[in-house]
Design a protein around this ligand. Structure first.
Ligand code: XMP
Length: 519
């Protein structure tokens, strides 16, 4: 079968609905190999078509929430496994491969979740270069108990007699653990072995090299029309704005909607940013409208939906005024994932600019030039476009703003307290020598009151929580191990400077099981 020699070597990631499916794609791209996510019902004919169009060198089967014994559990066409393209199954993919190839897979009574120690028995194929003992991260219900003669057991753990296997005559491997999450210490080595030793991929993919294509696509889509850009000041929308302005020049107007849920001085700094990006900006003051719509609403998903709806309504109004038919957004891959973009994954939270959008949008089209990229890929694109460093590495700030950091109903009073606390957290941590390690740091208003003592008398006031996390791409995160003295300084400043606050706590939850934002 012929394949397109000019397109980058590609590895397909078959999506069985696991939240980490996209992290797998991310790891592949990190290694300079393009990856694309395909649904599990992909047919051999579709695979043949993809192979004819691009250099498909390997297939990775993702994990997923199902048990292979469940009614309606996703399967894979057997011809795809025997097509000669190397296959690596991860977690659910591992179990499915084992069972399709004649192995014995059983439903476990309890799910195994967390760190485990794998004993590596065969250090070749995808396990080349591994140590005898490897720290791995597991999250599974079913377990592979045995595999037939044609397959060999490559690793075991206390609970998994077949934690990794390889086929003796086909380039087919399975690992029960998740090499894509950072908690698996040598996970990247597994990807490298699979990509370069098993699949013989060449390093050809680099997001920044695709810039001319993104610009051309925007230009073709919008033609001679006008467009508005939803600018938030974050790296995603700033990058999309620069791409769009290179594509359509002054037919682009950036619109910043102040939803009243911004941090201290934020709205002001956006104006300066737009100037530095060289895009013309319209500033919409919609705070009263947003807060009015949010009044008394406590359900997090409901809040997100309202904010998504109000954003789009504000953009529609501005578009009408400016004669623009198209809306450009800085949506990136993870926004789509967690909003339940994949058929088989569950909705974690509705990102305001994806699942939060109302139906019946009055735009001819919505353009999302970065929708297939991850944050660090967007940053590479931003650098190649010459966007200033401080904007490239600005902390992510969620579109729904402080509304997802005020638990319960959102009021002006709570927002004012949170803004002050957040400014303190930001001021102290941004001057710390470990700030570059942190992905995000901010204050949360948990919406509870507690008893305290201030000036020798009883005080009954609010609680503020500090959240600081380390992460590579926000799909997983660890709470940051901040020096106690720094935390104490923040705590003292908050309780001294904000009379309404009597207690400060530190959030020590990783993602998973928590998420980075509280709502
Ligand atoms: P979670 O809370 O899901 O957040 O762990 C992952 C990353 O996404 C940011 N976030 C959002 N960004 N719109 C956005 O543009 C949203 O609705 C939204 N919700 C969360 C969050 O700050 C973190 O960086």
């Amino acid at each position: 079968m012929s394949s397109n020699r000019d397109s980058p070597d590609t590895v397909l990631v078959v999506d069985f609905g696991g939240q980490y499916c996209h992290l797998i794609a991310r790891r592949v791209r990190d290694n300079g190999v393009y990856s694309e996510i395909v649904p599990s019902d992909i047919t051999p004919a579709e695979l043949d078509r993809m192979r004819a169009e691009s250099n498909v060198k390997g297939i990775i089967l993702s994990g997923g929430p199902s048990s292979i014994y469940e009614n309606g559990a996703p399967r894979l066409d057997e011809r795809i496994i025997s097509s000669g393209v190397p296959v690596l199954g991860i977690c659910y993919g591992h179990q499915l491969l084992a069972s399709m190839l004649g192995g014995n897979v059983v439903q476990a009574k309890t799910k195994e979740y967390g760190s485990a120690l794998a004993t590596v028995k065969k250090r070749s194929g995808v396990l080349a270069g591994m140590s005898d003992k490897e720290d791995v991260w597991m999250s599974h219900g079913d377990t592979v108990l045995s595999v037939p003669e044609e397959m060999e057991v490559m690793a075991v753990t206390d609970n998994c007699p077949v934690a990794a296997f390889g086929h003796k005559s086909m380039p087919v491997f399975g690992v029960q653990w998740h090499p894509e999450v950072v908690h698996t210490r040598n996970g990247d080595l597994i990807f490298k072995s699979f990509l370069f030793d098993v699949c013989k991929c060449r390093r050809m993919w680099d997001a920044s090299r695709t810039v001319p294509k993104y610009i051309e696509e925007i230009r073709e889509f919008i033609c001679e029309s006008r467009a508005i850009m939803a600018l938030s000041g974050g790296v995603d929308s700033s990058t999309a704005a620069v791409l769009a302005s290179r594509a359509i020049g002054n037919r682009l107007t950036a619109v910043f909607v102040d939803n009243g849920l911004m941090r201290e001085d934020e709205a002001q700094s956006i104006k300066g940013m737009a100037e530095r990006l060289g895009v013309s900006l319209v500033f919409v003051d919609a705070g009263a409208k947003f807060l009015g719509e949010l009044k008394g609403v406590t359900d997090p998903e409901q809040k997100r939906k309202i904010i998504g709806r109000e954003f789009i309504r504000s953009f529609e109004q501005e578009a009408k005024r400016l004669g623009a038919d198209y809306l450009i957004q800085g949506t990136i891959y993870p926004d789509r994932i967690e909003s339940g973009h994949s058929k088989k994954s569950s909705v974690i939270k509705t990102h305001h600019n994806v699942g939060g959008l109302p139906t019946g949008i009055k735009f001819k089209g919505i353009v999302e030039p970065l929708k297939d990229l991850y944050k660090d890929e967007v940053r590479k694109v931003a650098i190649s476009l010459g966007i200033p460093q401080d904007m490239v590495y600005r902390q992510p700030f969620p579109g729904p703003g402080l509304a997802v950091r005020v638990i319960g109903d959102v009021t002006e009073e709570k927002l004012a307290i949170l803004r002050k606390a957040d400014a303190i957290v930001t001021a102290v941590l941004s001057r710390s020598d470990f700030k570059d390690r942190l992905w995000q740091y901010f204050a949360v208003f948990p919406g509870i009151r507690s008893t305290g003592v201030k000036g020798d008398s009883r005080a009954y006031g609010y609680v503020i929580t500090i959240r600081a996390v380390e992460s590579r791409e926000a799909m997983t995160a660890s709470f940051a191990e901040i020096d106690w003295n720094v935390l104490r300084r923040i705590s003292t400043m908050i309780t001294n400077q904000i009379p309404e606050v009597v207690r400060v706590t530190y959030d020590i939850t990783d993602k998973p099981p928590g998420t980075i934002e509280w709502e």
